[in-house]
Design a protein around this ligand. Sequence first.
Ligand code: SF4
Length: 406
Amino acid sequence: MKIPELLAPAGNYENAYFALKYGADAIYQGLEGFSLRRTAKAELSVEELRSCAELAHSLGKKHYLAVNMFAHEGDILQLKAKSHMLKAIKTDAFILSDPGMFLVLKEQVPEVEFHLSTQANTLNSSAVSFWEKQGISRVILARELTKEDIVSIRKNTTIGIEMFIHGAMCMSYSGRCHLSKYFLGRDANRGECAQPCRWEFKMKDERQNMKDESFIEIEEDERGTYILNSKDLCLVEKIPELIEIGVDSFKIEGRNKTSYYVANVVRVYRKVIDEVLKGKLSEDTLSWAKQELTKVSHRDYSTGFYDGEKGSFNLESSGYIKDVKMVGIASSDGTNIEIDVRDKISVGDEITIIMPNNGVDQTIVIDSMINSKTLEIIGDAHNGYKVAIPKKIAPFDKLIVRKSSI
Ligand code: SF4
């Protein structure tokens, strides 16, 4: 049985740290100005990318760099000017979709591998073989594939295949969409998407007075209708068969997400994958996994196109479910828990330290709290505070703390 890679998004250094700590085999990040998350501060400078790649390599893990925008002439010129700096990052692979950028990087940084972005919408084995002949070592499949498609692609190709197993979906072919450009002049294919597909639309059909039976009936409530809104992808139950099929890399979407999101989703899939590889994925683990995945910000889940459904639209709402939030990063010396606070905590709150490596989560009630800077006893702590909570607990370093917000 092939051991798959678990690949996590890392929009910044903190997310990279926690993705790796909670069990990712590899991380991917975007290069400033060249990836598909340009407006959301989820792109990093060359210097930041170098630190993250060093961190991954120091742990024996891999680092991939997304440069997957569709480039215009000016972008190619900028890439050429920057390419000497890209060598310094020492990334393991570039993730790209534009043939022009591929050509430039192949010439300038030939020692690095090339992975074809999902943005290139690869849907069949012939396309995979085409890209293999061009020098691509791994293809990230389009999300619009069924299980049968993936089985067939695996049987008929030999290079690496990677697929998304968790996270947000586009309602159009993996980002090849003009909604954002049309409404706001922000081009999704150059990393500037404003996600208008999640807006609340009201549709008016000019011909509604005509008696044409073929008209599509549009249902809506007083808030409008969400005909373009997609559910989030969740393939946790499919992991055993995906490992059996021989997918090389399982990718989690979310370079804009919080470190808590990345850590928790990673540790869930880590545990499921490890149990499958040991030949014993238990019902208990699967139900724990499904439960944990509801404890991160998400829209309703679906299996997308995997089961042959016609996509995964959510016509009811585009809202995110956020019942649990990250409140800080904690360390313990055995007698005190020090927390770098990110969201309000108060005496009396029940908080949970989430554990990597199959550890048992530690839930505690805050009986008292000391401001580490002023040494005052306090009742509430807010974002930016550092606090100490007297509590005898096995020592640990830098773990994420969360709290139920309901
Ligand atoms: S508007 Fe929606 S469907 Fe279009 S690229 Fe952006 S997120 Fe994807």
